[in-house]
Design a protein around this ligand. Structure first.
Ligand code: ARG
Length: 598
């Protein structure tokens, strides 16, 4: 709720006490934005007062309204519709709002999370392939969430887990060892993650061929045959040898992972993200077994007949879940037991958030239940920020089949799409230097995809439409970026216009477009808080869109540089700048940079 709304709420409670001798808490009376078809800006709902038998709602509202107009400078008029008291907020209030808040750095922050530490884990790839579009949605959400939490006063720590060991990477290693011409980043000058990813795809092909042969000769099903395929047996053995610390396997593993990390670093830089801490599955997976041991001792887990360790979650509506295999090898969940513990030991966080796709919903339900059963002090603060899959107009993505869209390629494609679209529509770019143009299209292309991914409710499955994303019209990143650049251009041409302060008399009443723009700006803090409370970056993205639309209306209706009154010019310039700063701050939380000119 905005400062003004809560001020009005508090005053209304005081008035109720003075007029009716009834004590209520301010929250008793909801304050909301007045509906479009009624006169006024804010509406107090007085129905909750009926239980005190003070008369009919319209009469109560009437008395409350006239008292508020008398007491509050900001409230200039009121009208009553049944139990709704509509209040008009005067120009003076909105003008002083602009004068006072325009340069206040606190305007873009809240203290919602003061004193609280949150560990956010996001991105967390398997190191056997390049990062793809699915990771990009994860990165956009994880990065934004971290920024949003920080802007809300939390100490938010971005971390990333690398699933760097196990069957997947063994597949790439095996295909590499089996190939005659061994491709390396040096030999081919392709990025290391692509090379490793291609070997991973190649492995799938090897298995396919081998199992066909076995099927034909032994007459068994494809699945059965795949289990017997020589390449499958080879990677099973390789994974065990890796665990035993076999020097040769370890060296190859180190090398291939190093290629991948170097490539990832490049992609991270391009996206403007970085992490405070990396976790590596290879470093923790053994310690997960200690947590399993602890659970056995506490009686929370048990051994099955075949010797594996299980937890029984049937009472919680889940099933029996294996935590450690009978041969002692660990599972995906085993490592998570150790990492959860490590995070707490290092950060003593109040909350720990995992940004991971919704195909792992069940995994995290189980993980969190298991940690609760172990009575871990951090168990209550665990949260899975689950998000839906991203589809492309061309269909679903599968990394095993090599049909994914890699982030690197996608960014390059979007930059060129942004170039095409923008040059087509904006003639004035003709005089820009090539270097500046490149920087601009990099901002627009990257901004386009980040924005497109951020604006959708994280829970929803979505379709990414590259063409739509770079459009200068509609709910897109470039549409918002363009408005920002336009504001900066106005500022550059406004040397003759003085600063705005509350004592400047505007003579004319505010235009509808001015007033609405200020109102939208004034909601920024509420949106920021709500995004932080609900872990929802989409709220900020859609807010930025709304603000941009309002700014464009204002730009059309209210001449800034050509206004007849110098005070009005100062006011409008200040308002435009304020809108620009709000857009810039808002988009920065989504990882989107704004161009100074375009
Ligand atoms: N590497 C996993 C994957 O790509 C995601 C890891 C998520 N984080 C976790 N702590 N389990 O599916």
């Amino acid at each position: 709720m905005s400062l003004l709304s809560s001020h009005i709420q508090t005053s209304a409670a005081e008035v109720v006490k003075d007029l009716f001798e009834v004590e209520i808490t301010p929250e008793t009376l909801p304050v909301q934005d007045t509906r479009k078809d009624f006169e006024g800006d804010l509406t107090i709902v007085v129905f909750p007062l009926t239980k005190f038998k003070l008369g009919a709602p319209p009469q109560i509202a009437e008395k409350l309204g006239s008292a508020l107009v008398e007491r509050l400078e900001s409230v200039t008029a009121y009208n009553v519709v049944k139990g709704f008291l509509n209040l008009s907020i005067g120009d003076a209030y909105w003008q002083s709002f602009v004068a006072e808040q325009q340069n206040d750095p606190d305007f873009f922050a809240t203290n919602l999370g003061e004193g609280q530490t949150v560990v956010v884990e996001y991105c967390s790839p398997n190191t056997n392939k390049p990062l793809h579009l699915g990771h990009l949605r994860n990165i956009v959400l994880g990065y934004s969430l971290t920024q949003i939490l920080q802007a809300n006063g939390f100490n938010a720590i971005p971390t990333c887990l690398f699933n760097d060991r196990g069957t997947n990477i063994s597949k790439s290693m095996h295909a590499y060892l089996s190939s005659e011409n061994k491709e390396t980043p040096d030999s081919s000058s392709r990025k290391g993650d692509k090379i490793v990813g291609d070997y991973y795809v190649k492995f799938a092909g090897m298995i396919e061929e081998e199992s066909k042969l076995i099927m034909a000769t032994e007459g068994i099903s494809k699945d059965e045959a795949a289990k017997k395929a020589p390449s499958q047996l080879a990677i099973n053995e390789m994974t065990i040898r890796w665990e035993e610390g076999d020097a040769e396997i370890r060296a190859l593993w180190e090398q291939m992972n190093a290629w991948v990390y170097a490539a990832y670093e490049d992609t991270f830089q391009r996206l403007g993200i970085s992490f405070d801490r990396y976790f590596y599955e290879s470093e923790v997976y053994k310690r997960g077994k200690e947590t399993v041991q602890e659970g056995l001792e506490k009686g929370a887990f048990y051994h099955t007949e075949d010797g594996s360790v299980e937890v029984d979650l049937t009472a919680e509506g889940m099933d029996r879940k294996t935590l450690l295999r009978s041969n002692g090898t660990s599972l995906y969940i085993t490592q998570d037991l150790a990492i959860a513990e490590d995070k707490y030991n290092e950060y003593k966080m109040d909350r720990s958030i995992y940004v991971v796709g919704n195909e792992q919903d069940y995994h995290f339900q189980v993980l969190f239940k298991v940690l609760a059963k172990l009575e871990k002090p951090y168990a209550q603060g665990l949260y899975h920020m689950s998000y839906g899959m991203v589809d492309l107009p061309s269909g679903k993505m599968k990394s095993r089949e090599g049909t994914t869209v890699e982030i690197d390629d996608l960014l390059t494609e979007l930059e060129s799409k942004a170039r095409e679209e923008t040059l087509k529509n904006l003639d004035k770019l003709q005089d820009m230097e090539e270097a500046e143009l490149n920087a601009l299209f990099q901002k627009l292309g990257t901004g386009a995809v980040k924005y497109f991914l951020a604006k959708v409710d994280p829970k929803k499955r979505m379709m990414f439409d590259p063409k739509e994303s770079v459009s200068l019209k509609g709910n897109t990143g470039p549409y918002i970026q363009y408005a920002y650049a336009r504001i900066q251009s106005i500022r550059r041409n406004a040397d003759h216009i003085g600063p705005y302060s509350a004592d400047l008399n505007l003579e004319e009443p505010l235009l509808e477009a001015e007033r609405t723009l200020i109102q939208v700006i004034s909601r920024y803090k509420d949106v920021l808080r709500e995004a932080g409370e609900n872990y929802n970056p989409a709220l900020l993205a859609n807010y930025a869109y709304e603000l941009t639309k309002e700014f464009n209306r204002f730009y059309r209706d209210a001449p800034i540089l050509k206004s007849s009154n110098p005070h009005t010019s100062s006011f409008r310039l200040a308002l435009a700048s304020f809108a620009g700063e709000t857009l810039k701050n808002c988009m920065a939380l989504l990882g989107i940079q704004m161009p100074e000119r375009m």
